[in-house]
Design a protein around this ligand. Structure first.
Ligand code: MN
Length: 264
């Protein structure tokens, strides 16, 4: 509704997905492409926030923008989903070639996360974003839940994609429990085959899938005044009013509130 907001729109840096240079591509042959998935950007716009797709930063000249300089202009950082995290980023080797992930994107996002945390810029990580947040802070992942954790639910199905869903449980007294006071057993969508194995220090688990116990949400608790949250599912893929699954808005509203508070 126009006129609801008394402040200028928030500016949110969105981590890029990469199409790395490919000499066989008909368009932008041999060039690196940075992209965002549209519903993520729409979700920000619906909440009076402007998305800015963040490039990789090359070596800066005296007139160039540094990573710190770039992030200082923004109110928050949103880490998108996408390619697997490379096992090398948490000290493992890929058990199968197709699980090799995107080490270049890992490196780019780790720099963003490190700098954003230093600046106390609110961070929301979605899916891969939730996983790289854990890895950037010293945690590890399951490379493939289905083969490494026998008996787990199907957390990814190509045929049903974002309609694939499962039950999960919000941990009582967690931050997620505060923003969803009336919900404990929930239903979320699920499009991932990696998942958090060892939780990074400084974080707490706020939600687990049921009955297999896969970590579905984390929050930074080392400094409770700093907002930094990871969500394994994809709220941006849900309809605005989703009657079947956990409504997505409280997650975005909390991120928005943290950014607004930081702006002061
Ligand atoms: Mn899941």
């Amino acid at each position: 509704m126009p006129g609801t907001y008394s402040h200028p729109p928030l500016k949110v840096g969105v981590s890029s997905c990469f199409f790395h240079a490919d000499p066989t591509r008909p368009l932008f042959k041999g060039k690196t492409l940075l992209y965002a998935e549209e519903s993520m950007l729409q979700w920000l716009l619906e909440n009076h926030a402007i998305p800015f797709l963040l490039p990789r930063l090359g070596p800066t000249t005296s007139d160039g923008i540094s990573l710190t300089g770039l992030l200082r202009e923004l109110d928050g950082l949103l880490l998108q989903g996408g390619a697997d995290v490379a096992p090398g980023s948490y000290g493992e080797t890929a058990l199968q070639e197709e699980w090799g992930g995107d080490p270049l994107r890992d490196c780019y996002e780790r720099a963003l996360i490190k700098e954003a945390m230093q600046l106390q810029l609110p961070i929301l990580g979605i899916c891969r974003g939730h996983q790289i947040l854990n890895v950037a802070c010293g945690g590890t992942l399951w490379q493939d839940t289905e083969s490494q954790c026998p008996g787990t639910l199907g957390h990814r199905r190509w045929d049903t994609y974002d309609q694939n869903q499962h039950q999960a449980r919000i941990i009582p007294n967690s931050g997620l429990a505060k923003i969803y006071p009336d919900q404990q057993t929930i239903v979320v969508n699920s499009i991932h085959h990696q998942a958090i194995k060892d939780l990074a220090p400084g974080f707490q688990v706020e939600c687990r899938s049921e009955p297999d116990g896969i970590i579905e949400a984390i929050r930074w608790i080392q400094d409770p005044s700093y907002y930094c949250v990871g969500i394994q599912w994809h709220p941006e893929f849900q309809p605005q009013r989703d009657r079947e699954r956990l409504p997505r808005e409280p997650i975005m509203k909390e991120f928005i509130a943290a950014m607004t508070a930081k702006r002061g």
